[in-house]
Design a protein around this ligand. Sequence first.
Ligand code: MN
Length: 219
Amino acid sequence: MKLEWLGHSAWLIENENTKVLIDPFISGNPSCPTKVSDLKDINFIIVTHNHMDHLGDTVEISNATGAKVISMFENVNTMQKNGLKAENGIGINKGSSLLDFGGIKAAFVDAIHSGNEAGVVLEIGKKKIYHAGDTAFFSDMQLIKKFFEPDVAMLPIGGYFTMGIEQAIEAAKAIGAKITFPMHYNTFPQIKQNPLIFKEGLEGLTEVVILDPGESYEI
Ligand code: MN
């Protein structure tokens, strides 16, 4: 399975015939090397909350590719009012175990932010990936470990709008994934960070993989 970081909180996950986008902030994202028109055959788009740097180009990509959009219930309603085809919206909520959507399973978990926010745990090809969305650190992240045991964690480290490095280190410890990716940093001046400090703080605890936008990692 290939995990490609598109900058900010945007990821493209490819496993066999399944392509999943998370928080596809593409056209307005100064760090994203990909064009919306490059994103073909997308099966699912996960949107963690309704801020523009996460909603991004969701409606356009879904309408072009037929991708199913999974988000919090009200966020899907809003997207449908803004042009998302009714049949492509899947509104869910927090607290469930993994729901099977065919090709992927997904569960929404808590996040502490604004914008009708959630984190998401995905199961794709037997691997579990936790994408925290935008969030502060909260100690119940240890329950995400307990219930889902993610193999991979994608955590915001930028500060200002989300947890910064100091708290993201505690988050990574609580989740205890084998591989941890920092995200949501260096897109804008307010969220400038040195991800090497995050990596150093987790030495020996999880493998921190620092990608450049457009780079990918195989798991
Ligand atoms: Mn954000």
